[in-house]
Design a protein around this ligand. Structure first.
Ligand code: FAD
Ligand code: DLZ
Ligand code: SF4
Length: 492
């Protein structure tokens, strides 16, 4: 039969997706399939699966409404083979199609499966590049090749120039600087709460609703985004964050339209430069950068473990049952909303795992499992590279290791905690303090030569031998007192 089978994966729900381009509505069929293999390769959070399946069904309905023939396979369809590979082959055979058009996958594990379609007997298969991303694999490789160290800031500057975002008429960065990060590190003022926000039921998500959330964010929250970007407040899960990552990663919103909307709000005088720039940097900079690193370095990247961290994941990552208020709070938000904001992911759960030397693969699996926006291409570099420094500094110039003093400065958590962030070795001392120094001492051979840690090691050197011993004993005592579960996962 003439016509092509056009595959749309669960995270490719964009009407402009490459696989749909040039569609012949008389002869082509679009395939979307809910399959067990994707739903179970890790035990995704229930909210993620509910959101994605609902979004897939709405997307299929939108295509049908445009007169496009859609083959939608539900998870419980009797003939469902349980995998994308199986469903593609079953559809090609059922409809007698000889052409297959797909968009490359986001995750590495599907690459080989999809490449094999190119050798299917009698099938003309095209795997198209996913051009929703703003840096192609070739762009990233060209930028990265020959560089000893990769730094997001330089990549981001190129992206700003290439897309002419927040640049002035002379081709220079708006207001004379590419980066206003120094204005985004303020501690939380007393009484800061999350502003009211529109939140659609994830089970009813469509692009139209995602656009309403985007507009609400740009108008009401973006003006303060920069100021409160790095703060953490007890009982406030969202603060001024956009909550757009799930929609963006599934394809309901596109990165460039979000950046342009933020830029337009700045140009209209509605949003200060530090907020617009800080927000755009996350999407045009960090998001593209981590995706570039992932595809540039996989599959070796997933096996890296610079510090040889092997300690099992503590039980409290699942239960939230710990006296450390910051960790209990981050896990509570994660369990309730399948969300926690960036600084909680990096400086609370990530920082603790780094300091305590938790097994890299176990931590990466936890992040992939608990968040609604989790896809390996974005989760892995953020966890393995940024939070755990397990790539030895490819992504970050020094480990994001911090003591309780940082958490006390950037949050009000410590006021709710039984521990004291000013103490290091006393009975009620904050565990992060001894763990911080213990981490630096334990990994001295690997880290002392890092120029950015020069003053940190100088401080350690100035401590008396007795103090150093007491700190290391405190850390050992703390770690020995915790239950470390071997890969326990939450009951769902
Ligand atoms: P906002 O704070 O409003 O930021 C706006 C947007 O910028 C986000 O929606 C996101 O698309 C993008 N962004 C911000 N920071 C990053 C970043 N570091 N990398 C890539 N994109 C970024 N993000 C995911 O989308 N999926 C993940 O699985 C994921 N895992 C992470 C694991 C760790 C250990 C860390 C430290 C970060 C992780 N991030 C992940 C990045 C970031 O934490 C989330 O994108 C963000 O918290 C999503 O919430 P938001 O939409 O409210 O973000
Ligand atoms: C995450 C996910 C889940 C849970 N289920 C499906 C599914 O049933 N069908 C599908 O096409 N995609 C699903 N996805 C998203 C895929 O895992 C994602 O498309 C691949 O990881 C490629 O990036
Ligand atoms: Fe976390 Fe330490 Fe503060 Fe308690 S005192 S909330 S453990 S940083």
């Amino acid at each position: 039969m003439p016509g092509a089978l056009r595959l749309v994966l669960g995270d490719q729900l964009s009407h402009s997706i490459a696989a749909l381009r040039g569609i012949d509505t008389r002869h082509d069929t679009v395939l979307l399939c809910e399959v067990m293999a994707e739903a179970t390769y890790v035990r995704h959070h229930q909210k993620k699966i509910a959101f994605l399946f609902a979004a897939m069904r709405h997307f299929a309905a939108e295509l049908s409404a445009q007169g496009i023939r859609v083959r939608y396979v539900k998870l419980d369809d009797a003939a469902n083979t349980g995998s994308i590979d199986g469903e593609v082959k079953r559809a090609l055979a059922d409809i007698h199609l000889r052409q297959l058009i797909a968009t490359e996958p986001g995750e590495f594990r599907l690459k080989a499966v999809m490449s094999a379609w190119q050798s299917l007997d009698g099938i003309d298969c095209q795997i198209r590049e996913d051009d929703r991303f703003l840096a192609s694999h070739a762009d990233f490789a060209q930028w990265a090749d020959g560089k000893k160290q990769l730094r997001m800031e330089f990549f981001y500057r190129e992206m700003r120039r290439r897309y002419n975002i927040l640049m002035d008429a002379d081709g220079l960065p708006e207001i004379g600087a590419f980066n206003f990060d120094h204005e985004n590190r303020k501690p939380p003022p007393k009484g800061l709460t999350s502003p009211p926000r529109i939140s659609h039921k994830k089970s009813q998500m469509t692009r139209d609703e995602a656009l309403i959330e985007l507009r609400h964010f740009i108008e009401k929250l973006l003006p303060q985004f920069g100021t409160y970007q790095d703060v953490m407040v007890a009982h406030e899960a969202y603060l001024y964050h956009s909550l757009l990552s799930s929609y963006l990663n599934a394809g309901l919103l596109l990165p460039l339209e979000i950046c342009r909307a933020a830029e337009a709000a700045y140009r209209a005088g509605l949003v200060p430069i530090a907020s617009a720039e800080g927000f755009i940097r996350q999407i045009l900079g960090w998001r593209e950068y981590v995706r570039g690193i992932y595809w540039h370095k996989m599959p070796e990247y997933a096996r890296m473990n610079f510090f040889n961290a092997r300690r099992p994941l503590p039980d409290f990552y699942w239960s939230g049952e710990t006296d450390m208020f910051c960790l209990a709070e981050a896990v509570r938000h994660t369990r309730e909303h399948a969300y926690s904001h960036h600084i909680q992911r990096l400086m609370i759960t990530g920082n603790f795992a780094l300091l305590a030397g938790i097994d890299v693969a176990a931590v990466c699996e936890w992040y992939l499992l608990v968040y609604a926006d989790a896809y390996e291409w974005v989760e892995l570099p953020n966890t393995l590279g940024m939070a755990l420094f397990a790539d030895g500094g490819l992504m970050a110039s020094k480990p994001y290791a911090a003591s309780g003093k940082y958490i006390a400065r950037m949050s009000n958590y410590c006021r709710h905690c039984r521990y004291d962030p000013k103490e290091t070795t006393t009975e009620d001392a904050c565990p992060f303090n001894a763990l911080y120094w213990d981490f630096l001492a334990r990994n001295e051979q690997l880290l002392r030569t890092n120029q950015r840690l020069f003053y940190t090691y100088a401080t350690w050197d100035k401590m008396s031998a007795d103090s150093r011993t007491a700190i290391r004993e405190k850390a050992a005592q703390f770690l020995a007192g915790y239950t470390f579960a071997a890969q326990r996962q939450p009951d769902k």
